[in-house]
Design a protein around this ligand. Structure first.
Ligand SMILES: [Zn+2]
Length: 489
């Protein structure tokens, strides 16, 4: 057997001004054929898992390019077309193949391409013909367009959010692909449109139990090869926005449709109950200041560079300054210009500085003031689980009793080590302000006396009912109260 694999992935927040060019892919991950490292980067797991799967069978794995850019705004047209054509040329050169197994994200939008993954999959199908297996792993924060469903045989989607299972799902993808190639199964994909858009953290109920049920059904029902939820991605203004339920069965399309519909309507009946409770910056600062002990962690949950925002909002910091709060550390605010100025000034210098809130509307105002440059660290990094997350050259500044970490690479606040890297002891602080929606929880919950989820300003389009969509469909909840026009318990 000859199998072609490649990866092309990013998550496009179409409201973000941080646009993506080829350099952004190269900064995150760009691996030409055969150069992909041993460890996967989220959406590239089908390549590393594929090496193992092909080796076990003695099959030939032909690796194409793997490219991943951290979430941001629109992808530059030439960048998308260049990476796409690179992969398509590699596939043409690899023909004939028995299967194509891809790592995609599924929420890319490029200039001139509202559905780049649909475009890529369709072009691949044209090259390989109707009978060669074509499958991909997807991130649930994606758009399941009709074009993609028509082009691919099946998709497997991460079940967990935070995405702790991207390797396990790539293993599912390959297991089904191998079983198909060896004639044991015939995967058929059934999709149900839940007609909703929501956010579904699996670290809490009710999504935790729902995902556990999907796993149990997969284990118990031999007709069911895989069950997935496409959560949808509300910051992507695309026509086919929304939550979808996928059932991949062993040649049982009617059963798959029934199951996808049943599970999808169940998800719909729970709409609006998935997210953690959120408070605004005034309430968050109030509660943090009156807490019996620290550190209280305030998560600036929507200014999360992991969702494509700039990560330079100052709304919570402005409120803290207004209240005269001290004994506070803020990590991080993205401001490469300010970092450069601090590095030029040197440690110990006191300088007038403008920092933050420079890149996007709805993120507060730049802070102007005299600051002390406490520490500068070239190529700073923090821990993220087993690996490290670099945040570029960084500066620790002190302003009116508040310690602030400025970074020059946009990355969400995964771990308290972002503070220690700049000489700040996070546990000695009364309040910690961080930028992350959900990924921070595992590490920060270990040191936090309390965690407050704060919705501050409007850095991210987090309310689909009022987001200024131009292309997204309106016939889904919450834009439409009852889009199924049925009584759903
Ligand atoms: Zn995601």
């Amino acid at each position: 057997m000859r199998i072609f694999t490649a990866a092309l992935a990013t998550e496009t927040n179409t409201f973000s001004p941080i646009c993506i060019d080829r350099r952004a892919f190269e900064d995150s991950l760009y691996a030409p054929p055969g150069t992909h490292p041993q460890t996967p980067t989220l959406c590239t797991a089908p390549i590393t898992v594929g090496r193992r799967a092909a080796a076990e069978k003695g099959w030939t794995l032909i690796e194409g390019t793997a490219a991943w850019a951290d979430p941001a705004g629109l992808v530059n047209r030439e960048t998308y077309e260049g990476l796409r054509d690179e992969i398509l040329d590699q596939l043409r050169a690899a023909m004939p193949v028995d299967a194509v197994v891809l790592g995609l994200h599924g929420a890319m939008v490029a200039a001139g391409y509202i559905d780049p993954e649909g475009d890529l999959l369709t072009r691949i199908r044209e090259i390989i013909g109707p009978d060669v297996l074509l499958c991909a792993e997807l991130d649930p924060h994606s758009h399941l367009t009709a074009k993609r469903v028509a082009a691919a045989d099946f998709f497997v989607v991460f079940k967990e959010f935070p995405h702790t299972d991207f390797v396990a799902r790539a293993e599912d993808l390959w297991r089904i692909a191998v079983d198909t190639l060896e004639g044991r199964v015939k995967p058929v994909m059934s999709v149900f449109d839940c007609r909703m858009i929501d956010v579904f953290p699996t670290s809490r109920e009710p999504m935790r139990s729902f995902v556990d049920r999907l796993t149990a059904i997969e284990a118990e029902d031999e007709d069911v090869l895989s069950l997935s939820v496409i959560h949808g991605f509300m910051a992507g203004d695309v026509p086919e926005l929304g939550t979808k339920m996928i059932a991949v069965t062993n040649a049982k399309p009617e059963k798959g449709e029934r199951l996808a519909r049943k599970l999808g309507l169940e998800l719909f009946s729970l709409r609006g109950t998935f997210m953690m409770p959120q408070i605004d910056e005034k309430e968050a600062v109030n509660r943090a200041l009156t807490a019996p002990r620290g550190p209280v962690v305030i998560a600036d949950m929507w200014d999360n560079p992991g969702g494509g925002t700039a990560g330079d909002s100052t709304v919570i910091l402005e409120e803290l300054l207004l209240r005269g709060a001290t004994d506070v550390a803020v990590g991080m605010i993205w401001d490469p210009i300010a970092v450069q100025l601090c590095m030029a000034a040197g440690e110990g210098a006191e300088i007038p500085l403008r920092f933050g809130a420079k890149s996007a509307p709805g993120t507060g105002n730049p802070i102007d003031g005299l600051v002390e440059v406490v520490r500068v660290v070239p190529n700073a990094e923090m821990r993220f689980g087993e690996s490290v997350a670099p945040f570029g050259d960084a500066a620790h500044i002190r302003h009116k009793g508040i310690d602030i970490v400025l970074s020059s690479v946009r990355v969400q606040s995964y771990d308290p080590s972002l503070f220690t890297a700049l000489g700040i002891d996070p546990q000695s602080k009364r309040i910690l302000v961080i930028k992350s929606t959900n990924h921070f929880y595992a590490a920060f919950s270990k040191i936090a006396s309390e965690i407050l989820y704060c919705s501050a300003g409007s850095p991210y389009p987090n309310d689909p009912a009022t987001n200024p969509y131009r292309r997204a469909r309106r016939d889904i909840w919450p834009m439409t109260a009852d889009p199924h026009c049925v009584e759903v318990a």
